[in-house]
Design a protein around this ligand. Structure first.
Ligand code: PMP
Ligand code: GLU
Length: 397
């Protein structure tokens, strides 16, 4: 059977595919260490779970308004005001089934066939495929490690054509673990306003920042940029709620209305029970985030040090999210037995087969010189994993 041309253009999410492969190997009894997927290994806080249990017991189990309950929109608005200095009306907020779904609804609401979508590379895996699914054209804008993987404003300006519709920003970034500074965000905002393009600002890792890094939303830099930014966030990373599927967007009324219409014809509301849980997460005590961040911070320091001790690997210290993104190009050209490492996929495959370590090749994020290691796993696994990587890489000559 022939699938649609649209479906034929895309591939499965590589991060989810690697996670599935690592889990399948584990199920076969192999001692696989999984650094593949970006998912907090912490449990959802108890008060959040209790709110969901109460919702079930109270019979809060029916359809809700398509774009989320007023109670949850209120909680989202309060969060955006409290944490980001952003104020929105109810009709400027829509809640969806995870931030991935939020991003997809934005693509549906905003992209026309042939529109160019500027995606700074390295990028999160779903941005290009969501553009392709909506008949738009991903335009990759290379960034460099020496600029902490932030877009170079001059290069951005040069990449904009009359067809450019949107720039996608992700700070702190998956996969690089680096966050944008104010100066660069100001320069980007100035260009977006002058050139009349929209900005999708994916801020899902905002709560996971280290070394005194402060998260800044580009939308908070003035009313002109706010009017052309759609802020995306969710509960998956901040409250260890990946399975609950709650993400949200805030932005211009006409875009939010279109997203809500699209949702009303596709998924309807996000799960009623998860919405009650999200209200508890956003309005309740936030100390859980600090506990999680302190633990991630310890793992981050350990992992980055351990990686930098390996010959052929150099890793910049990430200041956000839970990913290390080491440059592994120093290993390329080496071999062990009959295996030659020519790129990041060769290395990831070698590490999985030789050392039972699952991680993601940088090529999946648009830069073959790197690999992504998620440290959202126990310190014990990270210690073991770093040793295994060291041993396997040392065997390459
Ligand atoms: N944006 C980025 C950058 C991500 O890494 C992820 C992956 N979890 C998402 C969005 C989507 O998150 P979710 O759908 O779980 O809310
Ligand atoms: N965003 C996470 C990651 O990059 C989860 C996987 C996915 O949603 O593709 O690993």
């Amino acid at each position: 059977m022939m699938v649609s041309q649209r479906a034929g253009r895309i591939k499965p999410s590589p991060t989810l595919a690697i996670d599935a492969k690592a889990k399948a190997m584990k199920a076969q009894g192999l001692d696989v260490l999984n650094f593949g997927v970006g998912e907090p290994d912490f449990d959802t806080p108890d008060h959040v779970k209790e709110a969901a249990i109460k919702a079930i017991k109270d019979g809060f189990t029916k359809y809700t308004p398509v774009g989320g309950t007023d109670e949850l929109k209120e909680a989202v608005k309060n969060k955006l005001s409290r944490d980001n200095g952003l104020s929105y009306e109810n009709d400027q907020v829509v809640v969806s089934c995870g931030a991935k779904h939020t991003l997809y609804n934005i693509a549906q609401a905003l992209f026309n066939p042939g529109d160019e979508i500027i995606i700074p590379a390295p990028y999160w895996v779903s941005y290009p495929d969501q553009a392709l699914l909506n008949d738009a054209v991903p335009v990759f804008l290379r960034t460099s490690e020496s600029d902490s993987f932030m877009v170079n404003p001059q290069a951005l300006e040069a990449a904009i054509t009359p067809k450019t519709r949107v720039l996608i920003l992700n700070s702190p970034s998956n996969p690089t673990g680096l966050a944008y500074d104010k100066k660069t965000l100001e320069a980007v905002a100035d260009i977006a306003v002058r050139k009349n393009i929209y900005v999708i600002s994916d801020e899902i890792y905002e709560k996971l920042v280290y070394d005194g890094t402060e998260h800044l939303s580009i939308a908070s830099l003035g009313s002109e940029i706010k009017d052309r930014t759609i802020v995306v966030n969710g509960l998956s990373k901040s409250h260890a709620m990946t399975g609950w599927r709650i993400g949200y967007a805030a932005g211009p009324k006409d875009i939010i209305k279109a997203m809500t219409n699209i949702q009303s014809q596709s998924t309807s509301n996000p799960t009623s029970i998860a919405q009650k849980a999200a209200v508890a997460a956003l309005n309740g005590p936030q100390d859980f985030i600090l506990t999680m961040r302190v633990e991630f911070d310890k793992r981050r320091k350990f992992l980055v040090n351990a990686l930098n001790e390996i010959d052929g690997i150099s890793c910049k210290t990430p200041t956000g999210a839970f990913y290390a993104f080491p440059n592994v190009s120093g290993i390329f050209g080496k071999s062990a037995d009959s295996v030659k490492i020519n790129g990041s996929l060769d290395l990831a495959t070698y590490l999985l087969e030789k050392a039972n370590v699952a991680l993601v090749h940088g090529e999946a994020f648009g830069d073959d010189n790197y690999i992504r290691i998620s440290y959202a796993t126990s310190m014990q696994n990270i210690q073991k994993g770093a040793e295994r990587i060291k041993e396997a890489v040392s065997a390459l000559k």
